[in-house]
Each structure stands twice: as C-alpha cells, then as structure tokens.
Design a protein around this ligand. Structure first.
Ligand SMILES: Cc1cc2nc3c(=O)[nH]c(=O)nc-3n(C[C@H](O)[C@H](O)[C@H](O)COP(=O)(O)OP(=O)(O)OC[C@H]3O[C@@H](n4cnc5c(N)ncnc54)[C@H](O)[C@@H]3O)c2cc1C
Length: 427
C-alpha cells in the first residue's frame, strides 16, 4: 500500500515506497527480517506528531496502529501495553483499572512508543520525561528478533528508552502506574518579570508548574497543578474557554497576523491582554491534556534548570529588539534529570523552553535566533521538535553519544532503521 504522509504541522511530507500496518507482532518481525535480508530500510510512525523529520522515508513505513491495548497488569501497578497504543486510549484503559500515569505532556494524541522514543515530557520538578516511567520494553531488532529489556539490561535499556526508532521497533512497553488521582489546575494572568523572579519557589511548591510569556508584553500565564480530593468541576465553562477563547479567538488573531505581518506585535499584545484566569478540577489525564486546534511549528530546547529565567528574558528581549513577527507565547516547563543516554534531560534537572510560530508564517529566522540563545546556555534540542544541529554538534552535548552509537551499530549494522536524518547523526 502507498500513502501520502504528512506530520501534524504539515512541514514534513513524503510518500514511502510502502506503508504497512501489521496486525500481529509476528507479522511485524517477519517483515523486519525480510527487509533486512533484502538490504531495504524501514521506519516506524506513531501519530506523526513530531515536528522534526524523524519519520521521513522513501522506503518502507510501518504503523503500529494495529497493535494497541493493554497486554498485562501486575499487582505492583506496572502495566504492559502494545507500543502503538494512543495516549488517550491508554489513559482511558488505565482509568478503568483505577490507575493513572504520574505525569504527561499537554496533548494525548501520540502513540506511547512515539512518546517515549523522543523523550516527550510534561512539567514538574519532581518528574522526569515519560520515558522515565518505562520499566521495560520489547524491541524488535534488525534480525527480526524480539528482545525484552528492563533496567537489569543496563546500558542497552538506557539506550532504548529514548531511541528515535534507531535501534529497532518497540512492540510493547511496560510502565509504572499510580492509583488514579485528581488534579486541580489554577491558571492566572501575572506579571512576567515577577514570575521570572520567583521561579524556584513556584516550581518547588506546586506539583506541576508551567508558564507562558507573551511577546511584546510583561504578561505571563501561569499554570499551577496540584492533587485534589475535590470533585471534578463542570466542563461546559471550561470547554467554552478552551475551545472558543483559547483556540477559536487565537486562530482568528493568528490569521490576522498571517495576513498583516506588520501587525504581529499588536496581535501579540492583544493575546497577552486577553489571557484570563481559570480553575479546573478533574482526573489527572483530563487536566494534563489541552486542545491544540491552532497549528504551528515548534522548536524546544532543554537547558539546565537554573538557566530558565535568563533564557526566557533573553528570548523576550531578542523578540522586541529584532521586531520578530511572533505572537505565540513562549512555553516554559521543568523536568527532572535522568540517566537515559539520549534524553535531553540527561544528567541534569532541566528547563524546557519552547518557541512556536503559526503555521504558514515564516519561522526560520525566529527559530535561528532562539536556537543561538538556547545553545549559548548549553541547550539540547527536543528530538521531536525542529532544530538544525548536526551529529557532531549533538555528540558534543551528550556524554553517552558514542555509547549509543556503538549499541546502534551492533544491533543494526546495515542501518535498516536509519533514514537520511538519523544516518547523518549516527552512521
Ligand atoms: C500539538 C503537539 C503538542 C505536543 N506536546 C508535547 C508536550 O507537551 N511535550 C513534549 O515533550 N512533546 C510534545 N509534542 C511532541 C510529541 O510528543 C513528540 O514529537 C512525539 O514523539 C510524538 O509522538 P508520535 O506518536 O506522534 O510519534 P511520531 O512523531 O510518529 O514518531 C516519533 C519518533 O518515534 C519513533 N517511533 C514511533 N513508534 C515507534 C515504535 N513502535 N518503535 C520505535 N520507534 C517508534 C518514530 O520512528 C520517530 O522517530 C507535541 C507535539 C504536538 C504536535
């Protein structure tokens, strides 16, 4: 089967030579072994929500949409799921079992395999990326064998926890879960400069703290999320706020900016002025997710946590100084450090800072300027977001880069799982 593929943002478009959706793990293993024997190449797609061209291939593309659901639950709360399971489905299944994941990012459309493979994260000083919630995984390697890996496998496991589909295809993941819990979100409009001066306390005192700063203003929207025993709040008002105000009005303003680029700073001020407060209580997975109906391009870097305020101040100053045509706010989150080889949070508690640009508006110049600031603070790019780094530059940022490359070369000597981008990084 052939198929035109495009990612969520529309920036990555291609037609693979073949598109396959295996219904069983054994069919997938046979396919991988055959491609390997024939000297072909294979890439795997989750939900296509990465902004970077990780899924692009002119060869064979595989989707694990046919392998979804929970395979096993354990008394200690660990669960095993098929790797193609979409997050929204996994959350619903877990909720039905009275369980939940300890932390998540801000949408739930991704597959769990795609989520962990790029180090997808939420926010919270005490929480690592979703990849840190993995306790095991099953990896189909180039020879078609399925290997079950856990922390007991040491380096091999730590390499596979964030592996961009470069070591093989994940068919199952085992995750730590916690009893289902409710969260209360309190959203406020604040002074950005005051917020930036008090980040340590805010991040320490709230389970999940994040904020957005609005270009050309001193406005921040803060989000404090904490566990609550209170009942879920009514959804209708929130639904109106999320869909009509946050997405509908924002879409109209974004279109105005696209048609009259010179008005972008004014649009940015209107966006900052229009930020409202809100409170919402619900089960955790419904609080973490936000509707994202306005499409954009995104670059996100992780820097050492203590650099958050400096980087955000520099970005805001750069936007004003260079009259950058951007009205999207800068998104700022905290993530706990880990020991995963290719995790951008490897070895350090991190601040993740993201810049966005409305789909259809030029983003390259803004992202280039932002990237220079991120890199100046020791930034490492999010694997699923846009960046311009070469393998050599990436290698200098990761202490375990060479170790990852060695493992990859052993598992897949012919580069069956590499596309052009990954070959330039690892081969
Ligand atoms: C609107 C939006 C909001 C987002 N919010 C966040 C956020 O809050 N936090 C954050 O960190 N990121 C966020 N992201 C980025 C997103 O979480 C990542 O890019 C994620 O990888 C996408 O998952 P996916 O299932 O779409 O994977 P894809 O983009 O399809 O693939 C990503 C990578 O995973 C590999 N992969 C997929 N399936 C498998 C498998 N079975 N075995 C091995 N490798 C596999 C692919 O080959 C590729 O290298 C967001 C993206 C969008 C578009």
């Amino acid at each position: 089967m052939t198929k035109q593929i495009q990612n969520w943002s529309g920036a990555v478009r291609f037609e693979p030579a073949a598109y396959e959706v295996p219904e069983t793990e054994s069919a997938l293993r046979a396919m991988v072994a055959e491609v390997n024997r024939g000297g072909g190449r294979i890439r795997v797609i989750g939900s296509g929500h990465s902004f970077s061209p990780l899924i692009r291939t002119e060869d064979r593309l595989v989707s694990l949409d046919g392998l979804q659901g929970i395979v096993e639950t354990r008394d200690d709360g660990q669960i095993t799921a098929w790797a193609g399971t979409k997050l929204w489905k996994l959350n619903d299944l877990l909720h039905g079992l009275g369980r939940g994941l300890e932390n998540l990012g801000d949408i739930d459309r991704q597959s769990i395999a795609g989520t962990v493979s790029t180090g997808t994260h939420g926010t919270g000083k005490a929480f690592g990326s979703v990849s840190t919630q993995l306790t095991g995984l099953r990896l189909v390697t180039a020879d078609g064998e399925a290997r079950d890996l856990t922390a007991a496998d040491g380096d091999l496991f730590r390499a596979a926890q964030v592996s961009l589909g470069a070591l093989g295809i994940l068919t199952q993941v085992r995750l730590r879960t916690v009893p289902a819990y409710k969260l209360k979100l309190v959203q406020r409009k604040e002074s950005a400069s005051a917020c930036l001066s008090d980040l340590d306390r805010r991040a320490r005192e709230n389970r999940n703290f994040e904020f957005f700063t609005f270009p050309y203003t001193d406005v921040a929207q803060t989000k404090e999320v904490n566990v609550t025993e209170e009942n879920p709040s009514s959804h209708f008002g929130q639904f109106l706020n999320d869909l009509v105000l946050e997405n509908g009005v924002f879409k109209l303003l974004s279109e105005a900016s696209r048609w009259i680029p010179g008005a972008t700073p004014i649009v940015a001020k209107i966006c900052g002025w229009g930020v409202g407060g809100a409170t919402k209580r619900d089960w955790s997975h419904r609080i973490f997710r936000m509707p994202r109906l306005v499409r954009f391009q995104e670059m996100e870097y992780s820097v050492p946590a203590e650099r958050m305020s400096d980087v955000v101040r520099e970005l805001m100053a750069m936007i004003e100084r260079d009259r950058v045509r951007v009205h999207f706010p800068i998104e700022c989150r905290f993530v706990k450090g880990d020991d995963i080889f290719l995790s951008p949070a490897h070895g350090r508690d991190s601040a993740y800072i993201a810049v966005h640009s409305y789909k259809g508006m030029p983003h390259a110049d803004y992202f280039r300027r932002a990237e220079a600031i991120f890199r100046n603070h020791g930034g490492r790019p999010h694997w699923g977001k846009m960046h311009t780094l070469t393998g050599k530059e990436l290698g200098a940022l990761y202490p375990k880069w060479e170790a990852f490359k060695e493992i990859r070369a052993k598992l897949d000597p012919k580069g069956v799982f590499l596309n052009d981008q990954l070959r330039s990084f690892f081969a």
